[in-house]
Design a binder for this molecule. Structure first.
Ligand SMILES: [Zn+2]
Ligand SMILES: [Zn+2]
Length: 356
């Protein structure tokens, strides 16, 4: 045993599906997953039903009695329809700090420019899911040798890179801040690295599946390996690790996205998304720290200090205990999330969060 006390984790990007899709997850089950994953706080995405663009839904989520603190993000546009900016003053009054149309990115560049200007006025941080849906054009996995060999419709990486480029330009032009969600390609990371070097206020996250796996996994035709953005190639995976090491990537989020086993049963028609709250620490510890890529202190920065700073929390997080020597097999049926769509299923991981 090698038990150490460390600051609890902060996840800037989770989907708890409540209200509206409680067959996938609820505020309670999502919070239990986060608690057992070592988190004290999470930021939930606003693509619920109704979407989080009104005071009632914000309060419903933020006042839930759960074992982790839930901070909801709110929509950039009304109803996430991409047509009209939501009421940012209402967000400010209700304690919202992050706005995003995660999953349905704002396409209209003029509207996004306005969003950057208005967000700055109300002290809101734009977090963007960078995806050009016209380029995606119905693709379901990374566009490359493997998708072509399998005869599957590919998601061109340009889709992510074009919107990353747009957001960096908008942040630079407005002197506003932007947080790029779930970065997965080498070129997106290079653009973010260069933007940071010239002083653009850009931060970003990645998720464990992007530094552990590649699109080799999709040859199993198991929809649990489908998420958005998709698993990329080995050169992208390596670029993610490099960007973690050199500070281009600020934090590790999970993009915890539960779906029902029924929805995930068919590879082609399944919705995108994987769960991640209960495996993020062990996967990161196993694949980044034990492999010697980063120090344990750096991992705590990525999972606790940096995301707290980006969110704007200044108080000290509670401490948790982890056993760094414990080796365990990931068994999705034993997880606290309602979701079973876990990319680490069957894997042996090191590092266990100890919770009563
Ligand atoms: Zn997203
Ligand atoms: Zn998401």
């Amino acid at each position: 045993m090698n038990i150490v006390k460390i600051p609890a984790f902060f996840d800037l990007h989770v989907h708890f599906r409540d209200p509206g899709f409680t067959e996938k997850e609820t505020l309670q089950t999502g919070s239990e997953a986060a608690f057992y994953g070592g988190y004290s706080d999470v930021v939930t995405m606003p693509n619920t039903n109704p979407p989080v663009d009104n005071a009632q839904t914000i309060q419903f989520i933020n006042t839930a009695k759960t074992r982790v603190k839930i901070h909801t993000a709110a929509c950039i546009t009304e109803g996430m329809r991409g047509e009209k900016l939501a009421d940012f003053s209402l967000y400010k009054e209700n304690g919202v700090r992050i706005i995003t149309d995660d999953g349905k990115p704002v396409k209209n560049n003029r509207l996004m420019l306005e969003a950057f200007i208005e967000a700055e006025k109300y002290g809101l941080l734009i977090a963007d899911h960078c995806e050009d849906l016209d380029i995606i054009n119905g693709g379901i996995v990374n566009d490359g040798e493997i998708s072509r060999a399998l005869g599957l419709k590919g998601m061109n990486r340009l889709s992510e890179e074009l919107l990353t480029m747009r957001d960096i330009q908008l942040a630079e032009y407005t002197h506003g801040a932007v947080h790029i969600c779930h970065v997965s390609t080498a070129k997106s990371l290079q653009m973010i690295r260069e933007a940071k070097e010239r002083g653009v206020r850009v931060t970003c996250e990645t998720a464990p599946h992007y530094f552990v796996y590649t699109d080799e996994k999709i040859t199993k035709l198991d929809a649990d390996y489908r998420m958005n953005p998709p698993l990329r190639t080995e050169s992208d995976r390596k670029a993610v690790v490099e960007a973690i090491k050199d500070g281009t990537i600020d934090c590790i989020a999970t993009d915890h996205a539960p779906h029902t086993p029924n929805e995930k049963a068919d590879f082609i028609t399944a919705p995108n998304g994987v769960i991640g709250l209960e495996t993020a620490f062990a996967a990161s510890y196993t694949y980044l720290v034990k492999t010697g890529e980063i120090t344990f202190e750096k991992l705590i920065d990525l999972m606790s200090r940096n995301p707290r700073n980006i969110y704007g929390l200044t108080d000290e997080p509670p401490l948790i205990e982890v056993d760094l020597d414990e080796k365990w097999v990931v068994e999705p049926e034993k997880l606290h999330s309602k979701g079973r769509n876990c990319v680490f299923k069957g894997e042996i991981l090191y590092g266990k969060v100890l919770r009563d």
